[in-house]
Write a protein that binds this ligand. Structure first.
Ligand SMILES: *[C@@H]1O[C@H](CO)[C@@H](O)[C@H](O)[C@H]1NC(C)=O
Ligand SMILES: *[C@@H]1O[C@H](CO)[C@@H](O)[C@H](O)[C@H]1NC(C)=O
Ligand SMILES: *[C@@H]1O[C@H](CO)[C@@H](O)[C@H](O)[C@H]1NC(C)=O
Ligand SMILES: *[C@@H]1O[C@H](CO)[C@@H](O)[C@H](O)[C@H]1NC(C)=O
Length: 185
């Protein structure tokens, strides 16, 4: 099979997709056996200081709700937040949460987070989970949706329970505990 694929690549001929088309014929999808994994870690979202992990990339040019906070309505941050096994940064970094979050609440301070949480240690090294969800940060405990993943988490789905471990509402810095239940192939 692999040999044929290599030959096909060398000769430039098409394999599963006919040469004259851009799509294959659809076949019944046979889902592989699904597994469930539990993950537990903390992420560190730091806005303040000389080496922030979350930086403001856009905001409205007029006053909006929550303008007395570091994250007024409409502000968008890009992040590269370290994630660790324990609440302290010294407990060992196991990956990072790269993405964006936006302050999206006008009545209540809410975020919507768009995150790829990638791991660089252990059995999930090189794999990541995708989170796309509302995150009502003023609630001490909340749930966000896991909508996909890469590597070992390809086609993952699931949810994560979040709990604020530390938050400084004057700087916007936070450490959040995260329990993920992820169903993957
Ligand atoms: C905000 O930007 C708009 C569009 O460029 C401009 O018309 C408006 O004057 C700006 N408002 C303020 C308060 O700077
Ligand atoms: C992390 O550990 C250091 C050194 O033990 C301590 O000073 C610091 O307060 C700890 N931070 C947190 C968030 O627990
Ligand atoms: C994680 O994977 C990368 C890329 O394959 C590799 O360079 C690195 O050594 C791995 N780290 C650990 C701790 O296994
Ligand atoms: C995560 O699970 C642990 C162990 O069951 C529990 O002690 C902790 O409170 C949970 N945290 C969250 C944010 O759900």
């Amino acid at each position: 099979m692999e040999g044929r694929l290599v030959l096909a690549l060398i000769l430039g001929v098409c394999t599963t997709i006919p040469c004259h088309a851009y799509y294959s014929q659809s076949k019944p999808y046979v889902p592989p056996t699904e597994k469930v994994a539990q993950l537990h870690f903390f992420f560190h979202d730091t806005i303040s200081g000389k080496d922030p992990s979350a930086v403001l990339v856009a905001h409205p040019n007029f006053t909006t709700a929550f303008n007395n906070t570091p994250i007024p309505f409409g502000s968008v941050f890009a992040t590269d937040d370290p994630i660790t096994v324990g609440p302290n940064l010294t407990s060992g970094v196991i990956g990072n949460a790269q993405g964006l979050w936006a302050s999206t609440g006008q009545d209540v301070l809410d975020l919507v987070v768009y995150w790829d949480i990638g791991f660089n240690q252990g059995k999930f090294n090189g794999s990541s989970i995708s989170i796309f969800s509302r995150d009502p940060i003023t609630q001490p405990e909340r749930e966000v949706a896991v909508v996909g993943g890469r590597g070992k988490f390809r086609m993952a789905k699931g949810f994560a329970k979040l709990k604020t471990y530390f938050a400084d509402f004057s700087t916007g810095d936070a450490i959040v505990e995260c329990n993920v239940t992820v169903i993957h192939h």
